[in-house]
Design a protein around this ligand. Structure first.
Ligand code: UDP
Ligand code: MG
Length: 316
């Protein structure tokens, strides 16, 4: 009996990646044709996340001559998190590797991931030990973010990992069930659990083209990560409010007693002013925290589909 080759699908979300597209396909082809991969059937599942350049045309041309290429063309630009989800929903493979189009994650690591997967790990993720071509500010904020996130939740979070990882079918099926709109895939990978294994790598600089992230977008993603993971900020608001109310109560009594004993000279407007601004500030902060959560409840409650697909092509 001939045993069927296991199928590995490489998921590549692409947004305006025409500059790097050719290099990326070359690297993936080289990998697929290498000796290490000859016992596997490889698919490149490319997601066009509403690119405004020639990315889609390049995908279509490639699919015509390359039997490994599948693509999903989304109706607009939904962002990387949703683009990945479109791939996760539609993949049919024994395992899937998620990789950036810009080759910052070296595809040459994939055989090593597959080896660990064959040993029984379900989620083999790559931790970057260096990040070339990124500013110190980006590195620092990312480090702090992971620290805060880890402190505020019981779910273990993988530090310095991106989305570059191999996922077993089990993980894919688990992820397919998570339909929330505010997605932070890193948070979800941790949340689903399963047997995880870390490998280390050097993160390269982008091979071509420019980064698609703006700082404002990263802040949004970070907030999504925190709010979808933990309600600790709400707890913080409660505690802060409780402690302040306690002191306010004590002061009220002290001041009342003092007024009764010494009368009420018109002094101390400074302390009043300070108290009002401090408490006002804290109230705004806590209302803001509540707002972050309520806004997300609002978005989730609409129960909209995560994305729409314009056209697809699946390789045989
Ligand atoms: N990406 C996407 N949709 C977007 C933004 C980015 O599919 O709206 C893809 C992009 O094509 C790339 C990956 O996500 O394959 C990572 O993007 P980028 O390299 O710009 O991010 P960085 O590496 O700077 O964090
Ligand atoms: Mg990149």
């Amino acid at each position: 009996m001939v045993t069927q080759k296991k199928k590995i699908s490489i998921l590549v979300p692409c947004y305006n990646e025409q500059d790097v597209f050719g290099i990326m396909i070359d690297r993936l082809n080289k990998l697929a044709e290498s000796d290490e991969m000859k016992n596997y059937k490889m698919e490149f599942l490319l997601i066009n996340d509403g690119s405004r350049d020639k990315t889609l045309t390049l995908m279509q041309e490639e699919a015509e001559k390359n039997s490994r290429v599948s693509y999903i063309d989304l109706a607009r630009n939904y962002g990387k998190e949703i683009a990945m989800m479109a791939g996760i929903d539609n993949v049919k493979a024994d395992a899937m590797v998620i990789i950036d189009a810009d080759l910052q994650d070296p595809p040459e690591l994939i055989p090593q991931m597959i080896k660990l997967w064959e040993e029984g790990y379900d989620d083999v993720y790559a931790r970057r030990v260096s990040r070339k071509g990124e500013t110190w500010l980006k590195k620092w904020t990312s480090k702090k973010y992971y620290q805060v996130l880890q402190k505020s939740t019981n779910v273990p979070i993988q530090k310095d990992t991106g989305d570059f990882r191999l996922l077993d079918k089990k993980c894919i099926e688990a992820l397919q069930q998570l339909r929330e709109q505010n997605r932070n895939m890193k948070a979800l990978f941790s949340w689903i659990g399963f047997k995880k294994k870390e490998i280390e790598y050097e993160r390269d600089a982008r091979a071509a083209g420019s980064t698609k992230w703006k700082y404002s977008k990263l802040v949004g993603l970070a907030l999504d990560g925190i709010t979808s993971f933990t309600t600790a900020p709400l707890r913080f608001a409660t505690w802060f409010g409780a402690i302040l109310s306690f002191f306010a109560f004590v002061f009220a009594i002290i001041f009342a007693v003092r007024t009764l004993i010494y009368g009420n000279p018109v002094a101390g407007w400074t302390s009043t002013f300070v108290a009002i601004t401090v408490i006002g500030g804290i109230q705004l902060l806590t209302i803001g925290i509540l707002g972050e959560y309520i806004g997300r409840i609002f978005v989730e409650s609409k129960r909209r589909p995560l994305y729409y697909i314009e056209q697809t092509h699946y390789c045989k």
